[in-house]
Each structure stands twice: as structure tokens, then as C-alpha cells.
Design a protein around this ligand. Structure first.
Ligand SMILES: Cc1cc2nc3c(=O)[nH]c(=O)nc-3n(C[C@H](O)[C@H](O)[C@H](O)COP(=O)(O)OP(=O)(O)OC[C@H]3O[C@@H](n4cnc5c(N)ncnc54)[C@H](O)[C@@H]3O)c2cc1C
Length: 471
């Protein structure tokens, strides 16, 4: 880890206080609040800046470039892959003051927002007119659009509507050397390279995003939400494959295993989740009212054919809301089961879910670790949550090794290293298992264009020691 000399940091602090309100240049005790994100890693920044405008972001990046100080952009800090951790200390650039919805154009179904806008606030703004911003990570009450763009966030409704990249039309961002770049626009088809696609999911290594043009969708006319109860995770995952094989694409198919339903039940008893079941599926279909009951009935039939113990239909908006609150609050509920937990994020072909879940449990048993599961089953996007106590000697190493083994299993099954949380500083080590050295070099060549000094979120995405190109 390369750290910046304290004299340099002092000079950078003086420069930063000249270009922005000094109240928002933090170097004291409060910087400890920025040493965490949602992962198990931590590192404390030397300086935290909280700019209020794109112009300030440009000036910050120019100062950082002049003094060769690394910069890590930070939204809400809910990253589950250590993405927002300032591994080389330096500057953390928090976007929380850049939280304005700049423009809403309902006739063209577009909105332009600053990066610090919270995901759910976009929908809250346009819901009264019958519109929504569709990507709905379970962290949507907290996570920001800037963070969602950087990680290409998904969510329960990814199955039908795609991930963040499918809902971003244009971006404004500041490069590692302080240049302003605008890409994409209000229409979907911009000629030339798909630079918006390149930026979305680049985990803060190519630029600091300062404005985002997002697509808005009509709120579906009707929705049916079901809870199907199974004896085992095997049966539940097989049912997921059968539903897709029948040609039905539900809006969401989310799985919670017994460990998860028990944790959620003790936190939300009013949802009445079955605590003795091996697994439950939350299934949702939505769209125009005509034909929706038939789709729901076909799903119920497939669940029954797959030996579901019970299939419940949510009878009111309240019941539907409770089911989703249970699902989206699952990570929080699991927090009471152990002092710490580590969330993994792999993807496997849906048809391999049952066997991969068995292997995940074997890995847990072999290492004496309890693992609970809640995941986007429809996408084959698994989230084994490994419980541990960081005060126990060697516990964190054991957990991290288990996480790597789980991802190896995903790769062996024809899957990949991340469905939505990004590679960050945790899964980057395994990238060479998926990509060749020349693939990685091609990505590094692109990084050099936008971040020529390598100061943007260093040691993320790429494996340690591979941050330089060979050619
Ligand atoms: C309870 C819980 C549930 C979650 N559920 C989901 C889920 O369902 N789906 C999902 O995809 N994720 C989920 N996550 C993970 C996390 O919420 C997402 O990765 C989210 O997109 C991060 O947003 P953030 O604002 O917190 O970003 P941060 O954590 O602050 O940062 C994440 C990454 O984005 C970069 N970044 C942030 N802002 C910018 C910017 N303006 N410009 C450039 N780079 C930037 C950071 O450098 C970092 O690499 C969950 C997390 C928690 C804690």
C-alpha cells in the first residue's frame, strides 16, 4: 500500500480549502466515519471532501492530480465489496451534498439527477404522476444513484427489467486529471462506442460521476405477489428453473432459506413467514391487468407441481408491502444472528442453482461456518451470507477463504464473480480466473485514458500487482 506523505496532505488540505467551503474539507476525528462501507474491510482517509457542484469536483480532481493523491468517490457507503474503502488513504470524495434532482421530463420519460440522490427518492419524485425509476436494490432507501451507476446495481426486479445500465441514458463525469466529460444523452441510440455502458459498473476507477440521465418507466397497471413455501432450497431452485422453462418471466423471483426466514420472522412477525420451511420464494408478476391472473395461476400450478407446501397470494397492498419489506430488510435482520457477517455475490446459470447451493453449504460445514441465504434466484445471483465473530482469532481469514471457494464454485458452474456488488477489493484477486491477461490489459488501457495517473479508486477491480499494463 502506497501512502501519501503527511506534508503533501497538509498542502492539499490548504489548496482544497481555497476552492470550496472549508467546512466541507474534513481532516479531524470525523474522517473515521468514512473508513467503513458495507463490507468487512476498513481504511481511514487522510481527507474527506464534500463538494456541492461539478465545478468543485473538477477542482478537487485537479488538486489531487497535481499532488498525486488518490481519490475514492463515495455515495452512501453501502458497498458490499469494499468499493468505497480508501485503501491508500488519500481523499474520499463524498457526493452526499450533490443530491438534487435537476430535471424531470415526463413527456420523454427522463430525469437528470446528481450522483448523491438516493435511489428511492427518484421514484418518490415521479410516483404521483404514475412513473418510477425501476432498478430497486434492496439498499434503495440508502444507496445513491452515483453508487448504483458505479456498481451497475441490480435488485429483485432485475429479472424482468435489467440492471442499472439498462436505465442510464447519459452521464457527466470528471476524469482522474480533472477534465469534464459528457456522454450519451436523452435518446437511447448514440452513434459510436457505448461509453455509457463502459462507465456504468466501472466502480469509480474511470471518473467521478457528477450527473446522470435516467430512464423513467410507467408504474405497471397491476401486480400479483405470491409467497411459495418449500421443504428445501433444492425444490425452490428447481421451481425457479421450471417457471422460466415454461416461458414465464416473472418480474421477480427471490429466495430466502430457513436461516433467513427465521431471522426475518423474529424481526417482522407480522409477515407470518413459515419458520419451519426449508425455503420460500417471493414471486411477482406485473403488467396490464388482462391476463395477469392467468400468469399467477400458472405459477401457482408450477409451484404445486413442484411440491410446494403452500402458495399464498398477497391480498392487499399492505400484504405485498410486508413481503417486500421482509425481503429487502433481510440483510438487516440477519445482523442480529452474529456480531459480523460477510455477503458474497456470485452468479450461476439458473439450472445449476440447486447443486451450487449444496456446494456452498458443504463449504460452510467444512469450515465450521454458518451460512444463510437470500438471493435473486431468477437471475441465478446468489448471496451466501457467512456469519462470524471478528473477535475470534483467524475467523475473518476463514470467512474470506470460504468466500473465495464459493466464487470458485460459481466459476466452475459456468457463472461469474459478481452479479451486482462489483469486484471492489475482495473479488478482484479472482479476476484472472475469468479473464485472460490480454483481456485485463485491454481494460487497463481504457483505464489509462480516463485515469492517466491511476489515482481513481486504486487497487480496486484489478488484481493486486496487475494494475500496470505489460505492453
Ligand atoms: C442492506 C444492503 C442491501 C443491498 N442490496 C443490494 C441489491 O439488492 N442490489 C445491489 O446491486 N446492491 C445491493 N447492495 C450493495 C450496495 O447498496 C450497492 O452496491 C450500491 O449501488 C452502492 O451505492 P452507494 O451509494 O452506497 O455507493 P458506495 O458504497 O458509496 O460506493 C460504491 C462504489 O461506487 C463508487 N462510487 C460512488 N459514487 C460514485 C460516483 N459519483 N462516481 C464514481 N464512482 C462512485 C465508489 O467509489 C465505490 O466503488 C446492498 C447493500 C446493503 C448494505
Amino acid at each position: 500500500m502506497t501512502l501519501v506523505d503527511s506534508d503533501v496532505i497538509s498542502r492539499v488540505e490548504i489548496e482544497l480549502k481555497k476552492i470550496m467551503d472549508p467546512e466541507f474539507v474534513l481532516t479531524g476525528h470525523e474522517t473515521i466515519l468514512y473508513e467503513y462501507d458495507g463490507s468487512v474491510e476498513r481504511a481511514r482517509p487522510d481527507v474527506v471532501v464534500v463538494p456541492s457542484s461539478t465545478q468543485e469536483v473538477m477542482s478537487i480532481m485537479q488538486i489531487a492530480a497535481r499532488y498525486s493523491v488518490p481519490v475514492v468517490a463515495r455515495g452512501a457507503g453501502t458497498s458490499l465489496s469494499g468499493g468505497a474503502i480508501p485503501l491508500q488513504r488519500g481523499i474520499v470524495l463524498s457526493t452526499t451534498r450533490m443530491n438534487k434532482i435537476i430535471d424531470v421530463d415526463l413527456r420523454n420519460r427522463r430525469a437528470v439527477v446528481q450522483p448523491g440522490v438516493i435511489n428511492l427518492d427518484v421514484s418518490a419524485e415521479v410516483n404521483p404522476q404514475g412513473f418510477q425509476y425501476t432498478p430497486d436494490p434492496s439498499s434503495q432507501k440508502a444507496s445513491t444513484i452515483g453508487g448504483n451507476v458505479a456498481t451497475n446495481a441490480g435488485g429483485p426486479h432485475t429479472l424482468a427489467y435489467g440492471v442499472t445500465t439498462n436505465h442510464v441514458l447519459g452521464l457527466e463525469f470528471v476524469t482522474g486529471d480533472g477534465r469534464l466529460v459528457k456522454i450519451g444523452g436523452i435518446s437511447r441510440d448514440v452513434p459510436g462506442y457505448d461509453l455509457v455502458g463502459l462507465m456504468v459498473g466501472s466502480e469509480g476507477t474511470l471518473g467521478v460521476v457528477t450527473a446522470i440521465t435516467v430512464n423513467l418507466m410507467r408504474i405497471p397497471e397491476s401486480v400479483r405477489t405470491m409467497l411459495a413455501v418449500f421443504d428445501s432450497v433444492d425444490r425452490a431452485t428447481q421451481t425457479v428453473s421450471r417457471i422460466i422453462a415454461e416461458g414465464i418471466i416473472p418480474a421477480a423471483m427471490e429466495l430466502m432459506d430457513q436461516g433467513c426466514t427465521r431471522a426475518v420472522s423474529s424481526w417482522m412477525p407480522e409477515v407470518n413467514l413459515p419458520t419451519d420451511a426449508g425455503a420460500v420464494l417471493i414471486l411477482e408478476v406485473e403488467g396490464v391487468e388482462a391476463g395477469l391472473d392467468e400468469d399467477a395461476e400458472r405459477i401457482v400450478q408450477i409451484c404445486n407441481d413442484s411440491e410446494a407446501n403452500e402458495v399464498r397470494l398477497a391480498n392487499s397492498d399492505l400484504e405485498r408491502g410486508e413481503l417486500w419489506a421482509a425481503r429487502k430488510g433481510a440483510f438487516g435482520a440477519i445482523g442480529v444472528l452474529s456480531p459480523n457477517y460477510y455477503v458474497q455475490d456470485g452468479v450461476v446459470p439458473r439450472t445449476r442453482l440447486a447443486e451450487v447451493q449444496r456446494r456452498v453449504n458443504e463449504i460452510g460445514r467444512g469450515r465450521g461456518l454458518q451460512i444463510v441465504n437470500v438471493f435473486h434466484a431468477g437471475d441465478g445471483n446468489i448471496h451466501p451470507i457467512i456469519l462470524f465473530d471478528s473477535n475470534e482469532q483467524g475467523a475473518l481469514d476463514n470467512v474470506m477463504e470460504a468466500g473465495e471457494e464459493i466464487l470458485d464454485v460459481c466459476i466452475e458452474a459456468g457463472g461469474t464473480l459478481t452479479g451486482e456488488h462489483g469486484l471492489g477489493m475482495e473479488k478482484n484477486k479472482q479476476l484472472p480466473r475469468l479473464l485472460s491477461r490480454s483481456d485485463i490489459d485491454a481494460m487497463l488501457a481504457i483505464k489509462d485514458i480516463f485515469s492517466p495517473n491511476g489515482l481513481l479508486n486504486p487497487q480496486k477491480v484489478f488484481p493486486p500487482g496487475m494494475s500496470c499494463r505489460l505492453f
